[in-house]
Design a protein around this ligand. Structure first.
Ligand code: DC
Length: 206
């Protein structure tokens, strides 16, 4: 018999450590992992090249996700801008929902997984940290890759994206009522991973 679906929803603002945490949790439980931000980034990148947002979302293909340029700050802002458009979000819904319910378990990280994509997820986490801590982490990551943006610019970008992601009317960034909040401001990544694994274990045995 195929293993039952089990969905772990991991939401939170930009640069909160969702990606690292989600990959570690998925590996621990042997689950598949989907970084849903990458879908919005891939649409954002196509829009920067001149495509209309809804068409870009409707014609998205797996090869669009294999693009190193998707990690750039320009693409992140474009992703956040197109993410406010309801028809773009609708075009990406089915893919995310079927990924979430695949046999064997899935971890999805994003902004609206526990609230909109998968309200029935068996485990929900909301991973956050102060804007300053998130900006410093992102600044170090970008600098390590040779970017020259100042810390102040990265902080302004993080705050701008937070405001847009939080204040949009369709699927705004917010913790689901039944999500466990993990604030990683003063936590090592190992401690955050351990905390997340405990939450999931409790839901699996519950
Ligand atoms: O997680 P990320 O930084 O790669 O996401 C980029 C943008 O995509 C983010 O600012 C808002 C949007 N997004 C979204 O609206 N819903 C999701 N589930 C994931 C990302």
């Amino acid at each position: 018999m195929a293993p039952q679906p089990f969905t772990i929803a991991i939401d939170g603002p930009a640069a909160a450590g969702k990606g690292t945490l989600s990959r570690a949790v998925a590996e621990h439980f042997g689950f598949a992992h989907l970084d849903t931000g990458l879908l919005y980034r891939a649409v954002g990148a196509k829009v920067l090249l001149g495509m209309e947002p809804q068409t870009a979302a409707e014609t998205l293909s797996p090869s669009d996700l294999e693009n190193d340029g998707l990690r750039s700050p320009e693409v992140a802002q474009s992703a956040s801008r197109i993410a406010v458009i309801p028809s773009v979000r609708a075009a990406l819904l089915d893919f995310q929902r079927s990924f979430a319910r695949r046999a064997g378990g899935a971890v999805l990280d994003g902004r609206d997984i526990g609230t909109v994509i998968c309200p029935q997820a068996e485990a929900k986490l909301f991973v956050t940290a102060s804007a300053e801590v998130r900006a410093m982490r992102r600044y170090k990551e970008l600098s390590a890759h040779g970017a020259t943006d100042s810390y102040e610019k990265v902080l302004a970008d993080v705050k701008e994206r937070d405001a847009r992601d939080r204040d949009r009317s369709t699927a705004p960034l917010k913790p689901a009522d039944d999500a466990v909040v993990i604030d990683t401001s003063d936590m090592s990544i190992d401690a955050a991973v351990a905390a997340a694994i405990e939450v999931v274990k409790a839901r699996r045995s519950g």
